[in-house]
Design a protein around this ligand. Structure first.
Ligand SMILES: Cc1cc2nc3c(=O)[nH]c(=O)nc-3n(C[C@H](O)[C@H](O)[C@H](O)COP(=O)(O)OP(=O)(O)OC[C@H]3O[C@@H](n4cnc5c(N)ncnc54)[C@H](O)[C@@H]3O)c2cc1C
Length: 479
C-alpha cells in the first residue's frame, strides 16, 4: 500500500467491494481494497445470482465465467410460497437465477481484480476514517502494525456493521430483529425426493436446496422457538429436530460444514453519500436473506457507483454526477426493505391467519401479471431509473430503461450485441442510419464515449433515431 498514489479506498473485500474495485480498475483508477480477513471466507452464504446481476457481469464480458461454475434455475421463490416466480420469459441471455456459492463468486471477482493488477490488502483492520475538503484519511492496523492512508474518496463496502457508515455519522434506520432462522450446509442420509423442498405449516418453515459435492443447504424456523438469539450457537441436532418436526420426515442431517443463524433485522442507510464517503452493499442495507437479494442489489450498487466515480476522477464529469448515486440507488434499497419485510412476515409466523395469507398470495402469483411484477423486482430486470442524468429530454418511454442485449448491424454489416459494445465501461451512443439528430452526451470528454452508427432494421429500436446508453447498461435518453 503506497500512500501517494491511491485515488479510492474501498473497505471490505466482499462481493460488493470487489465488484466496485473491478469497475474502477477498468477505468484506470488507482484503488486500494482493505480487508481485515487474512483469507477469503469459505462460507457459501449467497447462493442466488439473479439474472440482472449476471447481465451486468456480461456488460464487462465476465458472465460466462460464473455461469460455467453454477446451476441455472428458471424459477425462484417469494417467501417460500408454493407458486414460484417465473424468470423464463425475460428478454435476456440469462432468464434464470444461477446457484453459485458466494465464496466462488468472490474468488472469481478477486481473480478478475488480480488480472487488472490489484491485490487485496489482507489482514488490514480499518479503525478510523475521516474526510476533509481534499480527501479522506483511513487509519488502522495491518498485521498489528499501525498504518495511515490518504485518498480522494472512501467506500464503505464493509458489511452490515459498517464502521465507515458509523464514523460518517449516517443513520441506519429500520426495524430490530424479532426472529431468527437456523441454517446449515450439511449432508443428508435421506434427501427429499425432489431436488428442492420448500414447506411452511403450523410447525414452522423449511427449505432444502442442493449445493455442490453432495451437500444441501437446510434453512428452518421452528414455530416453537422462533426467537433464538442470532448469537446463540447453532447445532446440527437443533436443525435436524426442526426439519423433522416440519416435514414429518427424518432427512438424516450430518457432517455440517457451516452452521449459522440469521435474523430479520432490516435497516437502510439514510444517505448513500456523505461528501467523499459512499456506502454500498450490506453497509447500506440489511434484511432477512429472502429471495436471494442482498448481494445482488449490492453488486448493482457497485455497478452504479463505479463509472460515476471514475468519470469524476478522470475529469470527464462534474462532482454533481455523484449525487445521482444516492438518488438512484436509495429508492432501490427502499423497495428491497419493503419486499423482504413482506416476505419475512409470511416466513416467520405460522398461525392460521398467516397460513391463509400465504395461500392467498400464492394463488395470486399464479396470475401471470402478478408473477411477472414480483419476478421483475427480485431478478432486477424491472429496475428503471426515473430521470435522465442531465437536462436532455427525448422519448419519455426510453429514459432509465434497461437495454437488453439486442443484436445490431454496424454500417460495415458486422453483427454485434449491444452488451459487447459496453465492455470497456464507456457511454455508448447509437445513431440509426444517417439520422441527422443524435442523442446528446453530457459535457464529458469524448474519451468516455463510444459513438457508432448502425444500420436501420433493429426492430427494438424502431421509431428512434439515436440512443444514449450509460456504462451500466441503462438508457439515458433517446431521440
Ligand atoms: C444465509 C445467507 C444466505 C444469503 N443468500 C443470499 C442470496 O442467495 N443472494 C443474495 O444476493 N444475497 C444473499 N445473502 C446476503 C449476502 O451474503 C450479503 O448481502 C453479501 O455478503 C453482502 O456483500 P458485501 O460485500 O456488501 O458485504 P460482506 O460480504 O459482509 O463483506 C464485507 C467485508 O468487509 C470486511 N470488513 C468489515 N469491517 C472491516 C474493517 N473495519 N476493516 C477491514 N475490513 C472490514 C469484512 O471482513 C468482509 O469481508 C445471504 C446471506 C446469508 C447470511
Amino acid at each position: 500500500m503506497h500512500n501517494n498514489d491511491i485515488e479510492v479506498i474501498i473497505v471490505g473485500a466482499g462481493p460488493v467491494g470487489l465488484t466496485l474495485a473491478c469497475e474502477l480498475r477498468l477505468a484506470g483508477i488507482r484503488v486500494a481494497v482493505l480487508e481485515r480477513r487474512q483469507e477469503r471466507s469459505r462460507h457459501s452464504r449467497a447462493l442466488t445470482i439473479h439474472g440482472r446481476t449476471l447481465e451486468m457481469l456480461g456488460l464487462r464480458g465476465l458472465d460466462q465465467r460464473f455461469v460455467a461454475l453454477g446451476k441455472c434455475i428458471s424459477s425462484g421463490h417469494y417467501a417460500g410460497l408454493d407458486t414460484r416466480l417465473d424468470f423464463s420469459g425475460f428478454d435476456t441471455p440469462h432468464p434464470y437465477t444461477l446457484f453459485l456459492p458466494q465464496d466462488t463468486t468472490e474468488r472469481l471477482l478477486e481473480e478478475q481484480l488480480l488480472e487488472d493488477g490489484v491485490a487485496i490488502a489482507r489482514g488490514v483492520l480499518v479503525e478510523q476514517t475521516q474526510q476533509d475538503d481534499d480527501g479522506v484519511t483511513v487509519a488502522g492496523t495491518r498485521d498489528g502494525a499501525p498504518f495511515c492512508l490518504r485518498a480522494r474518496y472512501l467506500i464503505g463496502a464493509d458489511g452490515g456493521r459498517s464502521l465507515v457508515r458509523q464514523q460518517a455519522g449516517i443513520a441506519f434506520d429500520g426495524v430490530a430483529a424479532t426472529s431468527s432462522m437456523l441454517m446449515g450446509d450439511v449432508r443428508l442420509r435421506h434427501p427429499p425426493a425432489s431436488p428442492m423442498l420448500s414447506l411452511t405449516n403450523a410447525a414452522g418453515s423449511l427449505m432444502i436446496v442442493p449445493l455442490d459435492q453432495g451437500r444441501h443447504r437446510v434453512i428452518a424456523m421452528n414455530a416453537r422457538h422462533p426467537h433464538a438469539a442470532a448469537a446463540q450457537a447453532a447445532t446440527v441436532e437443533e436443525l435436524a429436530q426442526a426439519s423433522t418436526a416440519i416435514a414429518e420426515h427424518d432427512f438424516g442431517l450430518h457432517d455440517a460444514s457451516w452452521l449459522s443463524r440469521f435474523s430479520d433485522e432490516t435497516r437502510l442507510a439514510r444517505r448513500y453519500r456523505q461528501g467523499r464517503v459512499f456506502l454500498a452493499g450490506d453497509a447500506a442495507h440489511i434484511h432477512m436473506p429472502a429471495g436471494g437479494q442482498g448481494m445482488n442489489v449490492g453488486m448493482q450498487d457497485a455497478m452504479n457507483l463505479g463509472w460515476k466515480l471514475a468519470g469524476v476522477l478522470k475529469g470527464y464529469a462534474a462532482d454533481s454526477l455523484l449525487d445521482s448515486y444516492h438518488a438512484e440507488r436509495h429508492p432501490v434499497g427502499v423497495s428491497l426493505q419493503h419486499n423482504t419485510l413482506a416476505q419475512t412476515a409470511m416466513l416467520t409466523r405460522f398461525d392460521a391467519r398467516t397460513l391463509a395469507l400465504r395461500a392467498t398470495i400464492s394463488d395470486m402469483l399464479a396470475q401471470p401479471d402478478v408473477n411477472r411484477a414480483l419476478a421483475s423486482e427480485l431478478s432486477g430486470f424491472g429496475l428503471r431509473y426515473p430521470a435522465p442524468l442531465g437536462a436532455n429530454a427525448g422519448h419519455a418511454d426510453w429514459t432509465g430503461r434497461r437495454v437488453p442485449d439486442w443484436l445490431l448491424r454496424l454500417t460495415d454489416g458486422t453483427a454485434v450485441g449491444i452488451h459487447e459494445l459496453l465492455h470497456a465501461g464507456k457511454w455508448l451512443r447509437l445513431t440509426v442510419g444517417d439520422a441527422g439528430h443524435a442523442a446528446q452526451p453530457y459535457h464529458f470528454d469524448a474519451a468516455w464515449l463510444t459513438s457508432l452508427t448502425i444500420r436501420p432494421g433493429c426492430p427494438q429500436l424502431a421509431g428512434i433515431r439515436s440512443l444514449l446508453i450509460r456504462p451500466d447498461g441503462y438508457a439515458d435518453h433517446a431521440v
